[in-house]
Design a protein around this ligand. Structure first.
Ligand code: SF4
Length: 327
């Protein structure tokens, strides 16, 4: 079997506070093959963005800390690399786009200069200026923006176009993996689909793998091959998009997420919100992290953490699936 392009093993990440620590990611494992897309899904505070920042090693200085685990990129553990080696990998091999294009772009720099800057940081072939400018034009065209607009500033573009520019910057060095953190959340609904279609086309064209971080199951169904449902820093369910959307066996939390989605026939059924709130990551409940909100909670769920049970690659962390193989 070929080695996945990215393999995350038992990752634990904390934010160290003066009085207490925040346990943001608590022992997650997943893998990503070349050209594949995995969706990291969950409510705010589930640990999705911290997972991405851990992979990119962009955790806030002094506060954010990976306390355990391994992150393999093309078979090499990124956590054993030094700062300079990571700097070379970031952007050129693994790139990330953030939720809000306005904070990702520099308001006082033309969009062309911002793409140019990203290209020149990794200009290992010492391409002459003329070639770099040609590449800026190509990247703008690739994301559907006329190259003659490169001398304009971010405020001269609409929200959707700004996100396209952010994507162009992220793709400047032809990364092998693109991490997209809620890439359409800040956009109008009509523009969201355009940006998702563009990302899908670019992924095929450039042969990238992608990590799609979202709370939107519709986005996952439309774009992903594999899905990890995250909650309180853990993966509660992990499988193919078919396992999650067409399968019948689901973690109670995943079931709750589906029941809470409005649909065209929701006038004929009542929407059921998941009762309660995500636990405080600085004060996680004992046993199953979901037990205070789970309608199927049993006595043993309140004390011991449930194992991850697996059937045909579909993993569920829940005591209701004890007839499957524990891993
Ligand atoms: Fe619910 Fe228990 Fe399963 Fe947790 S382990 S999801 S509390 S049934």
């Amino acid at each position: 079997m070929t080695e996945p392009i990215l393999r995350v093993e038992n990752l634990h990440t904390i934010y160290q506070g003066e009085e207490r620590n925040v346990y943001a990611v608590n022992g997650i494992s997943f893998s990503l093959n070349e050209k594949e897309t995995i969706g990291l899904v969950g409510e705010t505070g589930a640990g999705k963005t911290t997972t991405a920042l851990s992979i990119m090693q962009l955790l806030p200085d002094r506060i954010g800390k990976i306390t355990e685990g391994k992150i393999f990129y093309q078979g090499e553990n990124l956590l054993e690399k030094n700062k300079e080696e990571i700097r070379l990998i970031r952007g050129a091999c693994i790139s990330m786009i953030f939720q809000d294009p306005m904070t990702a772009l520099n308001p006082v720099m033309t969009v062309g200069d911002q793409i140019h800057e990203s290209l020149s940081i990794h200009n290992y072939d010492n391409l002459p200026e003329e070639e770099l400018q040609k590449r800026v034009d190509e990247l703008l065209t690739l994301v559907g923006i006329p190259a003659n607009r490169k001398k304009e500033y971010p405020h001269q573009f609409s929200g959707g176009m700004k996100q396209r520019i952010v994507i162009a910057i992220a793709l400047a060095c032809k990364p092998k993996i693109l991490i997209a953190d809620e890439p359409t959340t800040a956009l109008d609904v009509t523009i969201q689909a355009q940006v998702l279609v563009l990302m899908e086309e670019l992924q095929k064209q450039l042969g990238m793998a992608m990590i799609m971080i979202t709370h939107d199951l519709g986005v996952v169904a439309a774009t992903c091959d594999k899905v990890a449902i995250m909650y309180a820093g853990e993966i509660l369910e992990y499988g193919t998009v078919e396992d999650i959307f067409a399968g019948e066996r689901h973690h109670p939390y995943t079931k709750g997420l589906f029941e809470a989605i409005p649909s065209l026939d929701s006038h004929s059924r009542r929407l059921k919100p998941i009762e309660g709130l995500m636990p405080d990551p600085a004060d996680l409940p004992p046993g199953c992290r979901f037990h205070p909100r789970c309608p199927y909670c049993r006595e043993d769920c309140k004390t011991g953490a449930p194992y991850l049970f697996e059937r045909n690659g579909h993993q569920i962390r829940c005591n209701l699936f004890q007839e499957d193989t524990a891993i």
